[in-house]
Write a protein that binds this ligand. Structure first.
Ligand SMILES: Nc1ncnc2c1ncn2[C@@H]1O[C@H](COP(=O)(O)OP(=O)(O)OP(=O)(O)O)[C@@H](O)[C@H]1O
Length: 258
């Protein structure tokens, strides 16, 4: 199958103050891609996501977006932020969280349309959150909060969904369901998944980017452990985990944060 580019980063550098975090990286995300972004702590995974989302301007390089193979100024993106980036005390209900995913489509002077409210209700049902519409986000379990935020990321029907460390929401029961849900939504849109959990990533994604200041791309998940170790910058051990291959990190000391 021919791959059509959706997002193309060329020679991107980015960082904070005078600290360079991403150093001249290239990356192409394709339509209906399921890209796993892995790498050690502080390697620059979230920084890469911020550049793609337009939340951080690169210091060099170019980012281009495409729709059906034609370059466009922007594409629609849904975003599930890292758990610790959420203000759980913010007084907002499940319904309002999901509805807020449509803010960009709403005109300033008009209320949300009936169709938009129906779409919110549809996504709430898809996320298994019926009955919790009025519940404040501070009174949700980690897994319920994750589903509400995933609903917000999906409700606008975006071309790509970006998930930053969804495994940290600690709901083991929902985790298997999350991945089957992602498989389903991946039929219609690209997914970028940032995760420390290499085993889970390798079992679910189609391609891999290893970010550690630089970026190494692997077009599939038949990744030799040596490749992972070399580009991850840390030793990785392959251990048995049921019938599935599962890779975990050996304990090690990091010196990546400089
Ligand atoms: N707002 C900021 N201001 C200054 N430095 C920052 C900022 N955000 C991140 N950094 C630094 O940039 C580097 C890369 O951070 P980033 O969050 O992109 O890494 P990461 O790979 O996502 O890490 P983790 O796996 O821990 O989430 C780290 O050294 C971090 O301390």
């Amino acid at each position: 199958m021919k791959k059509t580019p959706l997002i193309q980063l060329s020679d991107i550098s980015a960082g904070y103050d005078r600290k360079t975090v991403l150093d001249h990286i290239d990356l192409t995300v394709y339509e209906q891609d399921f890209l796993g972004v892995i790498g050690p702590n502080g390697g620059g995974k979230t920084t890469l996501i911020k550049v793609i989302l337009g939340l951080l301007s690169p210091t060099s390089g170019q980012i281009r977006f495409f729709r059906n193979g034609t370059e466009v100024p922007e594409i629609s993106m849904g975003y599930l932020p890292q758990y610790n980036a959420i203000d759980k005390k913010f007084p907002i209900s499940v319904y309002e969280v999901v509805l807020s995913g449509l803010n960009r489509q709403k005109s300033l002077l008009h209320p949300f349309s009936r169709e938009q409210h129906e779409q919110v209700q549809h996504v709430i049902a898809q996320m298994g959150l019926e009955g919790l519409e009025k519940r404040a986000i501070g009174q949700l379990s980690g897994g319920q909060l994750q589903r509400a935020l995933l609903g917000r990321a999906l409700v606008s029907d975006p071309q790509v969904v970006i998930l930053d460390e969804p495994n940290t929401y600690i709901d083991k029961r929902f985790e298997a369901k999350l991945y089957s849900l992602l498989e389903e939504i991946n039929r219609e849109r690209a997914i970028i998944l940032v995760s420390h959990d290499i085993g889970t990533v390798l079992q679910n994604v189609k391609s891999i980017a290893c970010v550690n200041g630089n970026l190494h791309y692997h077009p599939d998940t038949e990744v030799p452990t040596e490749w992972l170790e070399e580009h991850f910058g840390c030793p990785i051990e392959l251990v048995g985990h049921g019938n599935l291959p599962h890779r975990v990190l050996k304990s090690h000391n990091h010196t990546h944060n400089g």
